[in-house]
Design a protein around this ligand. Structure first.
Ligand SMILES: NC(=O)C1=CN([C@@H]2O[C@H](COP(=O)(O)OP(=O)(O)OC[C@H]3O[C@@H](n4cnc5c(N)ncnc54)[C@H](O)[C@@H]3O)[C@@H](O)[C@H]2O)C=CC1
Ligand SMILES: O=C(O)[C@@H]1CCC=N1
Length: 271
């Protein structure tokens, strides 16, 4: 439904880099009309024009969505291009880390409906997760439209307070990178135990994919699924004794990882 409304009224995408591309590919594959999309980006990828997307063209008169997908550091240069859409019917949706709603209200006017969100790159294959929160001007139907649009490429959670988004960024926004690194480490460790690189990588990727799908679909908690793998005095127990070491194991490492990413999100808000 959201993709139909957006196909009718239009979507402007400010910045089409890695995350903008992930979202746009997800929407196009799920039925968004390419001709309804206007991408504004000084370095647009070739596939956009080939796919029938309008690139660096004039703004549509009354687009449903203005999506902000530039780096926080680029906001000053980039936002004026959307000025004409402020204080109107267009819903602004930002995916930028660390840029507060107040900054968008300052640029576009406080009557502008704005949703601040934090998606992640698995959106490109419809498996993203996005957290979102709206400003005071965002009405229930604006929030529903943003949620439906983001739900087309994965699951969506609504936040109660804007400041929750820093921790969300540290967990799920940045999280795919942690998991990719986990795959890299698992494959390298397999190589160190004598497996060929291709085989080690295949095993590591399939294991993370399978375990992720199992955890996502199971009624049991991850800790129970872990127990199910762990035979008394078996191989998993030997491995987990290292991984779950209180001082040097994964828990304190992940805690520091998420803490650092969350802190960086807060820092970005202060320029
Ligand atoms: N990459 C990720 O996994 C995620 C990124 N984000 C957020 O998405 C935003 C974009 O990040 P990425 O896509 O990773 O960055 P990126 O560097 O891949 O893409 C940024 C794009 O903005 C374009 N750009 C630069 N100046 C511009 C201007 N004045 N007007 C219009 N476009 C301009 C660039 O040419 C580039 O295509 C950031 O704010 C980031 O915090 C949010 C969630 C996840
Ligand atoms: O690294 C970043 O700043 C962005 C935000 C979340 C994922 N990538």
């Amino acid at each position: 439904m959201a993709l139909e409304e957006v196909s009718r009224r239009g979507l402007v995408l400010l910045g089409c880099g890695r995350m903008g591309t992930a979202l746009l590919k997800g929407w196009l594959e799920r039925g968004l009309a390419p001709g309804a999309v206007t991408v504004l980006d000084p370095a647009p990828a070739d596939w956009l024009a080939e796919a029938g997307v309008r690139v660096n063209a004039a703004l549509p008169a009354d687009p449903a969505i203005a999506m902000i997908a530039v780096k926080p550091q680029m906001m000053g240069d980039a936002l004026p291009a959307l000025q004409a859409l402020g204080n109107g019917r267009t819903l602004f949706v930002s995916i930028a880390a660390g840029t507060p709603i107040a900054q968008f209200e300052e640029s576009f006017g406080s009557e502008t409906p704005i949703v601040r969100s934090m998606p992640n790159t698995p959106a490109a294959i419809g498996k993203g997760v996005t957290a979102m929160i709206g400003n005071d001007a965002a009405r229930a139907q604006d929030l529903d439209l943003a949620e439906e649009l983001l739900a087309a490429v994965g699951s969506v959670v609504r936040l109660e307070r804007e400041d929750q988004i820093d921790a969300v960024t540290g967990v799920s926004g940045s999280g795919p990178a942690y998991v990719f690194y986990m795959i890299e480490c698992l494959a390298a460790a397999g190589e160190a135990q004598g497996l060929a690189p291709d085989l080690a990588l295949e095993l590591a990727k399939a294991t993370v994919e399978g375990a992720g799908a199992l955890a996502a679909g199971a009624a049991e908690r991850p800790a129970t699924l872990r127990d199910n793998v762990t035979s008394p005095n078996g191989t998993t127990q030997a491995g987990l004794a290292v991984l779950m070491d209180e001082g040097a194991g994964l828990a304190p490492l992940i805690a520091r990882t998420v803490e650092a990413a969350t802190a960086r999100s807060k820092e970005l808000a202060n320029g």
